[in-house]
Each structure stands twice: as structure tokens, then as C-alpha cells.
Write a protein that binds this ligand. Structure first.
Ligand SMILES: [Zn+2]
Length: 475
């Protein structure tokens, strides 16, 4: 019998398990040169502890063969059977078992081989081990190290809420003090960012021509303070339209800039700068660039205003007070942030689409406001929601265009217009097939990107100002 040929078939079964994210074990049962049963481990999918590869193959073979006795059968399995399967193999009177890799874990009573060959049973099984052993073992090893990697990544992801960004806003003494006072900012350090070459010093930078900007490296706890909030607070203390000048300080080193390390931040930063420009109706001079270099400034510049309380500062004491008292934009944001489900993350961060007709708000028409699940910004009113029949929440318009942005989207071979929140979350798409009477637009939004605040809770949650937008005829 060509053992390797049949073990290949068992490995094919194991591959199916792997594709389903199950422990990759496969089995085939051969009688008279014909495969009469095949199975792969599918415990998770079937939610059944008995659904091991061998059990499924044995079931199929018994049915096919029309008997519980499989005396002439040879069972091929990629990994040494566990005690349950070894028992079943014995009970089915299988004559020969061929397996690939040993399974040091499943043999809770030593090895399953002991059961298959226990002298107490009147039926003994012939064992052939080590067929395509390396491939069978590698499949298991890769699977389990993959799981370990996933667990590790998940833990890191949960822990790793400290993020950093570099902000330039004129003389770094004052901007550092201001930023360091914001709740959620965990560490600050002043330095020189995105210069042309050489190691900068304060003297060199002040003389000009180095290309460096006085900047602050800001570490912040993303679960307490979002990047969009941090940027909004930063805009409050800089003149965003002034080129190379803040307060009395003039020169390229006093330019304003947001320098990021993580490309995932670019949507949030560019969205935030766009909204700022729209609200100012003037060109914004704040540059947005990837961080190229950053050199911490000399020690005497660090926490300068704490060391020198009377030192010069272009930022007023009232701003320091405001930073200290910052309590988060919307009450809901503190609660919602950092607690997004996998689906909510997939939709808002990776632009996934949730299933139609199987989401929270597609068929929901209570009066209230729909806010950004990530940062609590108000997005849509119930009064603009209509039943489009598409299986997702549909709105004729946003509360205010300044809370959202639209971008062309050519993915999936379609020409669509993507809708994002000001905070950079993907929300859905906007189409021009809405009812004429409502303006002709249909904002097709994922429920997973939204949180509904009922009318009765709007005041309490800080959305009281929007209550007049709820129309009379809404119940
Ligand atoms: Zn088993």
C-alpha cells in the first residue's frame, strides 16, 4: 500500500481544517484501495467535542460500508490519534493505523498508541508511524505558533494604547507646557523635527537654515484622548494660518506642523486639517508630514516653563487652565473609545461593510441622534433617516457637512463616494438614488460606525443643542 499517497489525501483534509481556522488534522480511511471515509477536525465550526477528523471519517466509512466493523480498513491520520479517537478506532475494529506526527499533548495517558496496543483488548491495531511526518508536524506547529502570535498581538493591541505624535507650534517652551497639561497626555519632550541634516543645537536652529522646527514629541493615551481631540486642542493655541511665525517668534524653526510616524494616522490628521480650513475659510499653514527626524533638545529646554515660571511664552495662562480642565469633547466618547468590537473596528478602521438586514439600525426609527461610535461626534438625525429598503441605515443628509467628509472610492470595481467622519472613521457611502423629495441623496451608513442616543438622553449626554432638529411628527 502506498502510504504516502493516502497520507497526502489526509493532509488535504487537514488543509481544509486549516482554512477554517481549526486545528489542522485530517484523516482518510481506505478499504480495498478505495477511500471510504474522510474527515477533518471541525470542533469549532460544529461546536462539538466529538468532531475530530478520525471520528468523522469513521462515521462516514461505517455508513458507506453498512457496518460498524471496519476490519479490513486502514486509517490514515496526519497526527497520532487522541484517546477518544483511539477508542473509536478500536471499537470499529480497524486493523491498521498510519499516522504522520506524534502528538505529545493528546496522549493524556502517555501516548494514544498505548491504548491502540493495550494487551487487555482482544483487538490489537497495527501502527505505522512517521509517514510524511515533517509535513504533518509543521502544519500543527505553524498553526499553534500562529495562534500564539494572534494572542500576543491581541494582548499587545490591548495594552498598546500609548501613541505618539510630533507637534510644532512656535517656541516649544509654551507649547510643551500646554500639551503636557492635557489629561490623557502621558509624556512630552521638546526637540527639533524634520531638519535637513546634521545634529541640531539650539544655537544652530536659531541661526536658521537648518530646516528644523521646534517641536514637541507628545505621548498620549489613545484610550483617553483621541488624536482628533489632541489636534483640536493644539489648533486652539496656534495661529494656523500664519507662515513661519507664532507670537513674536519669526523664522522657519517656528513653523507649525503635525509630524506622524504611523501612516494609520494620516486620515485623521488630513481630515482634521481639512475641517479646520473649512471652518476658518482660509488656507491652513500647518504642514502635515511624516516624521523624518527628531532630536531631543538640550536638557535645559525640557519643561522650561516649569523651571522658569516667569519665562517668555506666546501662550496665555488661560490656555494652560483650559488644557488642565479639558474633560473630553462629548461624554459618550470616553465611554465608547477603546471598547469597539471587532466588527466596529473592521468597519471604522478598515472600511469593511457589515451585512445588510442584519445590523443594529437598518430597521430602527426612534427619535434621537446618531453619533460617531469612535469619538461621539454627532453625525445624523433620526429626522433625516428613511427606509430605503437596502438593509442599512439610510439618511438624506448629515447634521452638518463639517462633521463628515466625502472621498471618491473606486474599490470593488465600483465608482462610489465614501463617507468618513471628521475623526477619520469610515462610515459608509453616499449615493444619488435617494428620494427626490428629500434632496435625492442616500447616505448609506454602517450601523457599526454609529451609536444611537435617544431623544430622552440627548440633554444628559451633551447633545441637547440638537434637540430642535427632531421634528414634531417624530414620536
Ligand atoms: Zn481525536
Amino acid at each position: 500500500m502506498d502510504c504516502e499517497f493516502y497520507m497526502e489525501k489526509a493532509l488535504e483534509q487537514a488543509d481544509i481544517a486549516l482554512a477554517l481556522d481549526e486545528v489542522p488534522i485530517g484523516c482518510v480511511i481506505v478499504m480495498g484501495g478505495e477511500i471510504v471515509g474522510a474527515g477533518y477536525n471541525c470542533r469549532n465550526m460544529r461546536k462539538n467535542a466529538l468532531c475530530h477528523a478520525e471520528m468523522i471519517a469513521l462515521n462516514e466509512a461505517c455508513e458507506r460500508f453498512g457496518d460498524w466493523r471496519l476490519e479490513d480498513a486502514v486509517l490514515f491520520v496526519t497526527v497520532e490519534p487522541c484517546p477518544m479517537c483511539a477508542g473509536a478506532i478500536l471499537q470499529a475494529r480497524v486493523k491498521t493505523v498510519v499516522f504522520g506526527a506524534r502528538n505529545p499533548k493528546a496522549g493524556c495517558a502517555g501516548s494514544a498508541l498505548n491504548i491502540l496496543q493495550a494487551p487487555g483488548f482482544n483487538h490489537r491495531v497495527e501502527i505505522i508511524e512517521g509517514v510524511l511526518k515533517d509535513r504533518c508536524a509543521a502544519l500543527m506547529k505553524d498553526y499553534f505558533s500562529g495562534i500564539r502570535r494572534k494572542i500576543k498581538e491581541k494582548k499587545l493591541g490591548e495594552m498598546n494604547v500609548i501613541k505618539q505624535i510630533y507637534l510644532a507650534g512656535g517656541c516649544f517652551w509654551g507649547i510643551e507646557k500646554y500639551l503636557s497639561l492635557i489629561p490623557g497626555v502621558t509624556k512630552t519632550e521638546v526637540g527639533y523635527a524634520n531638519g535637513k541634516s546634521g545634529i541640531p543645537s539650539y544655537e544652530k536652529v536659531c541661526r536658521g537654515d537648518t530646516g528644523f522646527a521646534e517641536a514637541v514629541r507628545v505621548e498620549y493615551d489613545d484610550s483617553r484622548l483621541s488624536l482628533s481631540e489632541l489636534l483640536a486642542l493644539y489648533y486652539d493655541v496656534v495661529d494656523p494660518t500664519s507662515i513661519n511665525r507664532q507670537g513674536n517668534d519669526k523664522g522657519e524653526q517656528y513653523r507649525t506642523g503635525v509630524y506622524y510616524e504611523d501612516d494609520a494616522d494620516t486620515d485623521i490628521i488630513s481630515g482634521s486639517l481639512t475641517l479646520l480650513g473649512e471652518s476658518l475659510r482660509k488656507p491652513v499653514a500647518i504642514e502635515m508630514k511624516k516624521l523624518e527626524n527628531f532630536y531631543p533638545a538640550e536638557e535645559y529646554h525640557q519643561k522650561y516653563l516649569d523651571k522658569n515660571p516667569g519665562g517668555y511664552c506666546h501662550i496665555g495662562a488661560s490656555s494652560f487652565e483650559a488644557a488642565r480642565n479639558y474633560a473630553g469633547g462629548y461624554k459618550s466618547s470616553q465611554e465608547a473609545r477603546g471598547k469597539l468590537t471587532d466588527l466596529q473596528l473592521a468597519v471604522t478602521r478598515r472600511g469593511a461593510t457589515e451585512p445588510p438586514f442584519d445590523n443594529e439600525y437598518w430597521n430602527f426609527f426612534e427619535p434621537g441622534v446618531y453619533v460617531d461610535i469612535a469619538d461621539g461626534a454627532p453625525l445624523f438625525m433620526s429626522s433625516n433617516k428613511f427606509d430605503s429598503g437596502c438593509g442599512w441605515p439610510s439618511f438624506s443628509k448629515p447634521i452638518d457637512k463639517k462633521f463628515i467628509k466625502t472621498l471618491p472610492d473606486a474599490s470593488l470595481g465600483m465608482r462610489r463616494t465614501e463617507v468618513k467622519s471628521g475623526g477619520g472613521s469610515h462610515l459608509g457611502h453616499v449615493f444619488d438614488d435617494g428620494p427626490e423629495s428629500l434632496g435625492g441623496l442616500r447616505y448609506c451608513i454602517n450601523s457599526a460606525a454609529l451609536r444611537f442616543v435617544p431623544k430622552s438622553k440627548m440633554e444628559e449626554e451633551g447633545y441637547g443643542g440638537l434637540l430642535p432638529l427632531i421634528t414634531e411628527n417624530e414620536k
